[in-house]
Structures are given as C-alpha cells and as structure tokens.
Design a protein around this ligand. Structure first.
Ligand SMILES: [Zn+2]
Length: 114
C-alpha cells in the first residue's frame, strides 16, 4: 500500500482504530511534541496522554511507520467496507480528503455530480 493511502486512512478513518492503536498514536504524537520539554512530558504522562502500557508501546516497537502500515492493513482486512476511497471519476487517483470534489492530479472537478 502506498504512503498516500496510508496517510489518508490514518487521518480520516481514525475511528476505525482499536483503543490500543489510538493510544499508540497519541503516545507517538505527544512523545514527539514534548521531546524537548521534560515538564510537558511529565504532564502528558500524568494526564494519560502518553501511555506506558506495554500493549500500547509494543505496537510502536518497530517504529511509527511500521505501526501505521500495520493499522491500515488491519483496517483493510477487518473493515474495508467502512473506508471510503474518494477516487477521481476521471483518472481514478485518490483525492486529498474524503470530501474533496476536485482532483489534485488531473484537476477534474465533480462538484456537480450527484
Ligand atoms: Zn483526476
């Protein structure tokens, strides 16, 4: 699966993640955001935004990119019908968001289609 499709699913279909996957995503994001600030890091840990649950940290053991790939692979195996791919009617490439009505590749617009 290409990087673009992975980003699209992670970004717009986050609700299809399991609780542990969502916690792992937060863990990564908040750890990154507080990388230079010990005070913030401790605050985030205290508030539970950074989880130290081994089930959660295990999901990230091979790095964040692998984690994203695994999540998307699982979603596409278990609940593919819940992912809407907004493909351009003309060139069939993936639009930027599920709501986009114009193609970023060929410029085709489908604002007026049903
Ligand atoms: Zn197109």
């Amino acid at each position: 699966m290409d990087r673009e499709t992975i980003n699209y699913i992670i970004r717009y279909f986050r609700k299809l993640m399991t609780d542990d996957e969502a916690l792992a995503l937060n863990h990564h994001m908040y750890t990154f955001k507080s990388s230079e600030n010990v005070y913030m890091r401790n605050l985030m840990i205290k508030r539970g935004w950074i989880s130290s649950d081994p089930e959660v940290t295990k999901l990230l053991e091979n790095g964040y990119e692998v984690f994203e790939q695994n999540v998307v692979t699982r979603i596409m195996t278990e609940t593919p019908e819940k992912v809407f791919f907004n493909n351009c009617p003309k060139c069939h490439r993936l639009a930027r968001t599920p709501y986009a009505k114009q193609c970023r590749y060929c410029g085709y617009s489908w604002h007026h289609s049903p």
